[in-house]
Design a protein around this ligand. Structure first.
Ligand code: CS2
Ligand code: MG
Length: 402
């Protein structure tokens, strides 16, 4: 069997998505998510100019060889654009392999290790008072874990708090919107919110919080220590993660579990975090960490060091990525949690898929392959819309992590 075509499809059903569709001479096709929020067209160019020409004529069954060819053969290894492009190819080839074998991809990854994939939803509100009914809504829908984000008194906006309901889309302007941040106000407010949430919902609901890269290690240590009475399942992205060694300082001061990795694109971004047990969950994703082939390696290294998976699953990762993630989530031994932000209806129509939510779990499709596709005719009705992620400044104007 040979690859005869590879198409890069850009569509914007509610937000921009980039999808790679690979077609074989036998007419079997596979899809891969290639969406990099705010940098979509960089991946489109990388795929169309530097990857697609290399795929034509290749054997789609040679997934590992293709991965190595695109990774080592690029010379300029790693980075979010390169690894998102490689991820799209890898994911599409696993889709094809499953279809050819007549099996859902999780069966090719060792079979089912659990009954379903436990997911967490996003409860967010501008005030603690408005937050409680939001959390209650997720509990009523059967969610076993809830991420909690609230506004910060004194700040006009904050990460994670936006539109009512499920989908929060931060890339909502052609040029970066500017937000203002104040760490002292944040560190004062968050423990208060979790005290109220625990008082309202009791000790057993699994609660998470996303700091979104904004603290220094000692500030993160203080926050982790202050949240210990509320027993979070994880505190996410406490600090920017380029300096992996910085997590040692956080670890020295708090037992609050740490989850990091949605911005990682190879195992080398988290090798020290994992092998030194500086984190508890690794959040790397299929779409940004080189696809199923490489993410599986990251999770296998994590499994040797008591680290569990906790993959990113925001709405800027397409249903193709979610479908692929669920097959890996179902099969690996060290699954932790899967983030799940439901896509808007128009996106679900463009990306028909077989995964479904039931009783706090997501269940992947049992059809051969990944169980997802793209309706290219419908996709064409949603043209690309330039969109950038915001930037963040401190009150004195200093540029800060968003
Ligand atoms: C967030 C993301 O879901 C999360 O944990 O960190 O929403 C993140 O802000 C976006 O994916 C960025 O594109
Ligand atoms: Mg996050």
């Amino acid at each position: 069997m040979r690859i005869v075509e590879a198409r890069v499809i850009v569509t914007c059903p509610g937000r921009n998505f980039v999808t790679l569709k690979i077609v074989t001479e036998d007419g079997v096709s596979g899809v891969g998510d290639a969406t990099l929020n705010g940098r979509e067209l960089a991946v489109v160019a990388y795929l169309e100019e530097h990857v697609v020409p290399l795929l034509i004529g290749r054997d789609p069954a040679r997934i590992e060889d293709t991965w190595q060819y695109l990774y080592k053969g690029s010379y300029w290894r790693r980075g979010p654009v390169t690894m998102t492009a490689i991820a799209a190819v890898d994911t599409a080839l696993w889709d094809i392999k499953g279809k050819v074998a007549g099996l859902p991809v999780y069966q090719l990854l060792g079979g089912r290790s659990r009954e379903g994939v436990t997911v967490y939803g996003h409860a967010n509100a501008a005030t603690a008072e408005e937050l409680m009914p939001e959390i209650a809504r997720f509990v009523a829908r059967g969610y076993r874990a809830v991420r909690v984000q609230t506004g910060i008194p004194g700040l006009s906006s904050v990460y994670g708090v936006g539109h009512k309901g499920d989908s929060y889309e931060p890339a909502n302007a052609a040029l970066p919107e500017e937000a203002v941040w104040d760490t002292a106000l944040y560190l004062d407010q968050v423990p208060r919110v979790f005290a109220d949430v625990r008082a309202e919902f009791g000790p057993h609901l699994r609660l998470l919080h996303d700091v979104h890269h904004r603290l220094t290690p000692i500030e993160a240590a203080r926050l982790g220590r202050s949240l210990e009475p509320f027993a979070l399942t994880w505190l996410e992205d406490p600090v920017p993660a380029e300096l992996q060694d910085g997590f040692r300082l956080i670890r020295q001061h708090t037992t609050t579990p740490l989850a990091v990795g949605e911005v990682f694109n190879t195992v080398w971004d988290c090798h020290e975090l994992i092998t030194s047990q500086l984190i508890d969950y690794v959040r790397a994703t299929v779409v940004h960490a080189g696809g199923i082939t490489h993410l599986r390696r990251i999770f296998d290294l994590a499994a040797l060091h008591h680290v569990r998976s906790g993959s990113h699953g925001a709405t800027d990762l397409s249903p193709v990525c979610m479908a692929a993630a669920l097959h890996l989530d179902l099969a690996i031994p060290n699954f932790g949690l899967q983030e799940y932000m439901p896509h808007p209806p128009e996106a679900d129509e463009v990306f028909p898929h077989g995964y479904h939510f039931e009783d706090g779990y997501l269940h992947p499709s049992e059809t051969p392959g990944l169980g997802v596709d793209i309706d290219e005719e419908l996709a064409a009705r949603y043209p690309y819309r330039p969109a950038s992620l915001p930037v963040n400044r401190l009150t004195d104007g200093t540029l800060h992590s968003w």
